[in-house]
Write a protein that binds this ligand. Structure first.
Ligand code: SF4
Ligand code: SF4
Length: 433
């Protein structure tokens, strides 16, 4: 075989495409196939395109761009696949191959470099971002901007997203997050808490509540120094080398503490942490260390469940529904624990929505870069949410949380309906603010 084709096959994870028998069992669970109705925008079609590129039948890789970029990466196809096709690995390598060949304009290249190399991996930069957002929200600038209608003119529908941005904590509260907190009562486990980059900057209240709930459930909680962004945003944007570097930094950081679990509260980040061993599979020493890391990596719902749950005497008498995080369900295979924790709250009635396994269309920054496609998927999701007549939508991932808030706004369901992270909901029911 020609050397360059052999190299391309390795780059594209071509071998993994051979496991696809083209049966189509994945088609009904694929949101992009269901909304766009095109074979090229289905799992089977995308796998076929990568396979054809690996066989030299497609020589211009830009043909793959639209189908690959419009994939949400929700991995529902993997869960449905009877032959165990590793779609996530195929998608990731196709994205990286396209990114390596793409010529970005100077402003876009600069922005990508700044965000991926300087902002997301830097705790300092994310802190500045969080504090800047707090100032923007509290100083009156936000109100003034909304009043003059500037935000609606921003590109990528940023005005729409600005309206659903959570209220961030003050700089004082941000800097008071403890490094260590002891279990209330008898210690059951020691957990290292993964703070994340976006979670730390924009959802620090959820992080704080997570630590508190872990301690109430019986965990000593440690916030490991030098931890960094998980690399999910990088990997999903084709910046695979950068993602590997971040994975190594996190492995080194968490190896410093002797803990039972490495706990996260964001389905997307959790999936990335959980797959560090795949990400580093080409480097023997790192692969072994990543496997150890993976074994300890858990979603917070798993750990709370292992601890026996949170003591809650009385919840709000209401109907709620649960919007699954695709990465939590399809990659980490965590589904029953969040449901168990919700069902254990007295008075709360959990109604599962139709097509619960379908992605909400958030998918990292998919809703920003592919707004129309994302909104079509969201509208379908909200149709199912409305049928449950739930007054609270509970999620386990920040992207899904914002997308649900956006769905509530689009359907004019506010203030009767709200969206909360599972941790916020549990804390509220337990009387913790
Ligand atoms: S990851 Fe999701 S959107 Fe992409 S092909 Fe699979 S099911 Fe479809
Ligand atoms: S990815 Fe799996 S389910 Fe989908 S067509 Fe291929 S073998 Fe069938």
């Amino acid at each position: 075989m020609e050397r360059s084709l052999e190299a391309l096959r390795k780059e594209l994870n071509y071998e993994k495409t051979n496991n696809c028998v083209q049966c189509g069992y994945c088609l009904p669970v694929c949101p992009t196939y269901m909304t766009m109705g095109k074979e090229t925008h289905s799992p089977r079609g995308r796998i076929n395109l990568v396979k054809m590129a690996g066989e030299g039948k497609i020589t211009d890789l830009s043909v793959l761009e639209d189908p690959i970029n419009l994939c949400l990466g929700c991995r529902a196809c993997e869960t449905a696949c009877p032959t165990g096709v590793e779609y996530g690995a195929i998608l990731e390598s196709a994205k990286a191959a396209l990114t390596r060949r793409k010529t970005f304009s100077v402003p876009v290249k600069t922005l990508r470099n700044v965000l991926f190399k300087k902002v997301f991996p830097s705790k300092k930069a994310m802190k500045v971002l969080g504090n800047g957002l707090w100032f923007y929200q509290k100083s009156g600038v936000q109100k003034a901007m909304q009043k003059v209608g500037v935000l609606e003119k921003l590109p990528y529908h940023m005005g729409t997203f600005e309206a659903i941005t959570p209220n961030v904590v003050s700089p004082k509260e941000r800097s008071s997050l403890p490094n260590r907190i002891n279990a209330r009562g008898k210690r059951k486990y020691t957990a290292a808490f993964f703070t994340g980059c976006i979670m730390d900057a924009m959802f620090q209240r959820i992080n704080r509540l997570s630590i508190e709930l872990l301690a109430i459930a019986g965990c000593d909680v440690v916030i490991v120094e030098n931890q960094t962004c998980c690399g999910a945003l990088h990997a999903h944007s084709g910046e695979i080398e950068e993602a590997r570097e971040l994975a190594k930094r996190n492995i080194i950081a968490f190896e410093q503490e002797k803990v039972d679990f490495i706990v996260n509260n964001a389905g997307g980040c959790g999936a990335m942490l959980y797959e560090y061993d795949h990400l580093l599979s080409d480097e023997a020493e790192w692969h072994e260390r990543a496997k150890q890391f993976r074994m300890k990596s858990k979603d917070i719902s798993e750990v709370l469940d292992l601890c026996g749950g949170i003591p809650i005497e009385k919840g709000k008498a209401e109907r709620v529904t649960y919007q699954r995080s695709c990465h939590l369900t399809n990659v980490q295979k965590v589904h029953k624990e969040p449901l168990k924790l919700i069902k254990a709250i007295p008075n709360v009635q959990l109604i599962e929505m139709n097509e619960a396994e379908m992605c909400c269309g958030s998918a990292g920054i998919y809703n920003v870069v592919n707004y129309e496609a994302s909104m079509e998927i969201l509208d379908k999701k909200m149709g199912n949410v409305k049928k449950t007549e739930a007054t609270t939508i509970i999620t386990t991932n920040p992207g899904c949380l914002l997308q649900m808030k956006l769905g509530i706004e689009r359907e004019n369901l506010s203030p009767q309906v709200r969206a909360l992270h599972l941790i916020e909901y549990l804390a509220e029911a337990a009387g913790i603010s």
